[in-house]
Write a protein that binds this ligand. Structure first.
Ligand code: ADE
Ligand code: ZN
Length: 337
């Protein structure tokens, strides 16, 4: 490899697949547990880390959701998002679109406004304090009911200006995208961007990807690399410039591999593949770590790494003029490094 980890760290980049709740580091988890008098079953960082035992999406989510109990008031949500943004700065993230899961909090009695106001405070000040433009994408938990998603959409409407789009996450098993189709179509009409998780190697992965693209009209696929099973869909995403928010290290935790071969193939065909960290506190890998790990394991050329960084801006929901500015920043960085 003719480039270093420092080169990858310093590359200007965007992050498009990051769950704020997945940035809850053990230190903050214990601090908030203490502050809010919540027994999380672990008392030390080592004990928290030892509880991170998962082999697939379902077992990961079983560890992931109970930890969120420590988030109680607006300042807790602010603290979580602020801590992520500090990390992002260290990885030279210039722009990010961040997922959050309101139902994981409202379902345990935390008001919607507590969640959104806390997160929004952190993202709205980040441009001035950290030089990062940050936006929020509200996700529905697909293993909850359609009615609950609909209620959450209604609760969001008074705060619509605080989010950039709508996403779909959590357990894909038996929860196909069409379950939420009309809410996503409404969101589109309401001027929001739409994206959905198509997790790796799910039952009916390719069918779900086809529904997301052809029936719902998502602008991005979160993960989505199973698309390689259908060449006509690959042609479709290239023609329509649909982005893929891939998360190689996360993949290696919940499946047998990073899906690097698939990412490399899609990239070589000209698809808008991007690299992201998903739930970095749980997989112990922030965005540059993901990019460097993928690059070293799959022998990516410097040009491929640069292309992945450029794609992170191209696949974002920002204006074309802004994209051009960030791409110029990458070119300048490459010239001098
Ligand atoms: N929530 C947090 N991370 C997720 C993932 N990778 N897939 C689905 N839901 C999630
Ligand atoms: Zn995800």
């Amino acid at each position: 490899m003719n480039y270093s980890k420092e080169f990858v760290m310093g590359l200007p980049k965007a992050e498009l697949h990051l769950h704020l709740e997945g940035t809850l580091e053990p230190e903050l988890k214990l601090k908030l547990a203490n502050k809010n008098h919540i027994d999380i079953g672990q008392k030390t960082i080592e004990e928290v880390k030892a509880s991170y035992q998962f082999h697939d999406l379902t077992s990961f989510l079983q560890v992931y959701y109970p930890a969120m109990n420590v988030l109680q008031d607006e300042s807790d949500f602010y603290a979580l998002a602020h801590a992520y943004l500090l990390k992002a700065k260290a990885h030279n993230v210039k722009y990010c679109e961040l997922f959050f899961d309101p139902q994981a909090h409202t379902s345990r009695g935390v008001p919607f406004k507590t969640v959104i106001n806390g997160y929004y405070k952190a993202v709205s000040e980040a441009k001035e304090t950290l030089g990062i433009e940050a936006h929020l994408i509200m996700c529905f938990l697909r293993d909850m009911s359609y009615e609950s998603a609909k209620e959450t959409y209604q609760a969001m409407l008074p705060y619509k200006d605080k989010i950039i789009g709508i996403g779909l996450d959590s357990d894909e098993r038996n929860n196909p995208p069409e379950k939420f189709k009309d809410i996503f179509l409404q969101a589109k009409k309401d001027g929001l961007h739409i994206t959905m998780h198509c997790d790796i190697d799910q039952i009916d992965s390719i069918k779900h990807i086809r529904t997301c693209l052809m029936e719902i009209g998502v602008e991005r696929l979160d993960h989505g690399t199973n698309i390689v099973e259908d060449e006509s869909l690959v042609d479709y995403v290239i023609k329509h410039k649909i982005g893929f928010t891939c998360c190689p290290v996360s993949n290696s935790f919940v499946t047998k591999d990073m899906k690097g071969k698939e990412m490399k193939y899609l990239l070589s065909k000209g698809a808008l593949v991007t690299v992201n960290s998903d739930d970095p506190a749980y997989f112990q890998s922030y965005v540059s770590d993901d990019l460097y790990t993928l690059a070293s394991k799959f022998n990516l050329s410097k040009e491929e790494v640069i292309e992945l960084a450029k794609n992170s801006f191209r696949a974002s929901f920002m204006s074309e003029a802004k994209k051009a500015e960030y791409l110029k920043q990458i070119d300048e960085y490459v010239k001098t490094h």
